[in-house]
Design a protein around this ligand. Structure first.
Ligand code: V47
Length: 373
């Protein structure tokens, strides 16, 4: 690395961590905590960039995708969520029929999308077949589209609600045409935080178990961290270490996505949410800690196009995608657009000095664009 970066690392007292990064050694839990505590964004960003370029060169990935949220009625009542409407008050929410969901996909028939990302509330009113028919139906109308559907928390809900063994649930979804699982649902893997803000959602151990089963059944998935609320820096690092451990076992994770907490319209609206500095630190430290993850995503929807673009030089190699019609954080006050055109994504990536790559949902390259328009 350049002499300037070495000097910055040295001045920040992070030379031992830098040596590990250079030698390709794994960072420890203590290293992760020290990085967060140091508040030294420049050397940390530079070290993360080093790993990012080692793994992904100059490429920056995006996907042409749409989101589908069939229902926001939910029995879990997470305090951080501005998207859901409680089951007891379900008329204030939506619960779309299968036809309505398929119409959402059909009305985008002309758009060259390659992925539909589906998540929703834990809504006990639907029959099991609704979920499998939804996946099957989408594959029927758009066989060219990969269905990335339902978090590990939702699969656990299907297992309990319909009293079906989890492995059978995954087999049914495979038959229906499921492609992969999004991240989400693990929030921050800390029992303390769970008791405070999401106590009716599955605990960390169960999220890991369900994800492990999905990986064993041949599905790949993503992982997220919801940060910037009541969690401590230590709890963030613990979360990363637990994901890294499961990845050592299964190798099933594709990408890690730090999700910045948006407080508006939630029961935690008195909190400020994370700052841009924290967004970049969290992305960079995630890149440094998760040595066995190929990809780190800067999800522009939650952190803004500007921060996501900057993050492409501080650890991130993916900025998600066109994301037509995002609802989860827009109902929690996000000021970003609900979607971006491909041209806008190309400009964001190129202006950051990276080479845009349109990927499919499994990170296969679909199209490489020139670094300059
Ligand atoms: O688990 C809910 C988060 C997640 C808020 O896999 C919030 O490619 C911020 O997992 N502020 C669901 N975050 C979304 C998700 C996701 C998003 C983008 C890409 C991928 C992927 C996965 O949304 C939930 C929760 O952690 N969330 N409310 C909020 N107020």
């Amino acid at each position: 690395m350049s002499r300037i970066v070495e000097a910055l690392v040295h001045r920040a007292g992070l030379s031992d961590i830098y040596e590990k990064v250079e030698a390709g050694q794994r960072l420890s839990y203590d290293d992760g905590v020290r990085l967060f505590q140091s508040k030294e964004l420049m050397p940390i960003g530079a070290m993360a960039n080093r790993i990012r370029e080692r793994k992904n060169g100059n490429l920056a990935y995006f996907v042409r995708n749409m989101h589908l949220n069939p229902t926001n009625v939910c029995t879990v009542d997470c305090k951080f969520c501005g998207f859901y409407r409680p089951y007891r008050d379900k008329t204030r929410g939506w619960s779309w029929s299968l036809d309505r969901c398929l119409q959402e996909v059909e009305r985008r028939m002309e758009e060259p999308l390659t992925e539909v990302h589906i998540v929703g509330g834990h809504n006990p009113d639907y029959p099991y077949e609704f979920y499998t028919d939804l996946v099957k139906g989408i594959r029927g109308v758009r066989p060219d589209m990969h269905v990335k559907a339902f978090t590990a928390a939702e699969y656990d809900f299907f297992h309990k609600r319909f009293k079906k063994p989890l492995d059978e649930v995954f087999e049914d979804f495979r038959e229906a045409g499921l492609g992969s699982l999004p991240g989400g649902g693990a929030e921050v893997m800390s029992e303390r935080v769970r008791q405070l803000i999401y106590k009716k959602k599955i605990p960390a151990e169960r999220w890991l178990e369900v994800t492990k089963m999905a990986h064993e059944k041949g599905f790949r998935s993503n992982a997220t961290l919801l940060y910037g609320h009541v969690e401590t820096l230590e709890e963030r690092v613990e979360h990363l270490c637990r994901l890294r451990e499961l990845q050592d076992e299964t190798g099933g994770f594709m990408c890690f996505i730090p999700l910045a907490f948006h407080p508006e319209n939630t029961e935690m609206s008195d909190l400020p949410g994370p700052t841009g500095f924290d967004d970049l630190m969290t992305i960079a430290i995630s890149r440094l800690m998760l040595d066995n993850f190929d990809h780190i995503k800067a999800y522009w929807i939650m952190i803004s196009q500007r921060i996501a673009q900057t993050a492409l030089n501080m650890g991130a190699d993916c900025i998600d995608g066109t994301v037509v019609e995002e609802k989860i954080v827009h109902m929690a006050g996000a000021k970003t657009p609900v979607g971006l055109t491909m041209d806008m994504l190309l400009k964001l990536i190129r202006d950051a000095g990276r080479e845009p790559v349109q990927r499919d949902s499994l990170y296969n390259v679909l199209h490489r664009f020139d670094a300059v328009a």
